[in-house]
Design a protein around this ligand. Sequence first.
Ligand code: CP
Ligand code: NVA
Length: 306
Amino acid sequence: MKRDFLAETDFTTDEMNRVFELCRQMKQGEITPKPLLGKTVGCIFHKASLRTRISFEVGVSELGGTSLYITEKEIELGKRESIYDAAKVLSRYLAMITIRTFAHSDVEQLAKHADIPVINALTDLLHPCQILGDAFTIIEKKKKLDGLKIVYLGDGNNITNSFINLARRFPIHFVVGTNPGTMPDAELLKLAQAEKVGRVEVIFDPKEAVRNADVVYTDVWASMGQKHLAEEKAALLKDFQVNDNLMKLAKPDCLVMHCLPALRNAEITDSVIDGPNSVVFDQAENRLHIQKAIMLVLMDDKRLKN
Ligand code: CP
Ligand code: NVA
């Protein structure tokens, strides 16, 4: 049966560890698999993208395949024809689909009706490829993930929700430092807190949130599709800016992370994003390797070294 990757929880902990190991092997050049030889992957993007689109297209090419960049303009998914019809037709041409759009339910519907694997390249709800890449970066730098205090400061958005899902698979201590008016998804939060795999907390005081952190992560205060709320969000979140004063409360070797693109000197200061603890460009690089690993696991490629 075909597999999709729409949410972190589509993979078991063992499968995620396999993704991390494949990612490491490809990054080190220990393996150079080409399972996509002669195949085409469709990359449907309804929102702007630098990292995700380019790392997917480069990744498909490195796995031996061809990528096809498809914007809303060409296919008008769900408007010109139903998502069902589009899913059936695309499945006759392509080996796999990656899709970035607004409603998570559109991606679920596409995956349900497609006969080929579908990968979530970001929705309003989740950004699972980003979070797997970030978890890999943390493991690279800290040599572990379990037990770390990972603090996310700012808007409760798709990145926050994806970290909450990561805490449903790994025993991390995930702290969301945010304003009561910018909370992450209530349902995912409830699930993670009930499952108790990792410990997930929401703290409204940025100083208390960041104390002794192993990782401090932030993202733009207004995500794509929400730019009209930028001023309102900035007013609610100004105390959650990642700056030198706040970073003094974290551990001295605390990693500073941001998925990028950043609005410099809004959610994070230049001094911190360009400072010695920042790993933002390693995160960006790892998107390439992790997405190749995700594609391999979805294709269940048995030729790979374990
Ligand atoms: N981090 C990330 O997904 O970047 P893009 O929006 O540029 O793809
Ligand atoms: N939360 C951001 C992430 C961009 C990679 C957005 O959705 O715009």
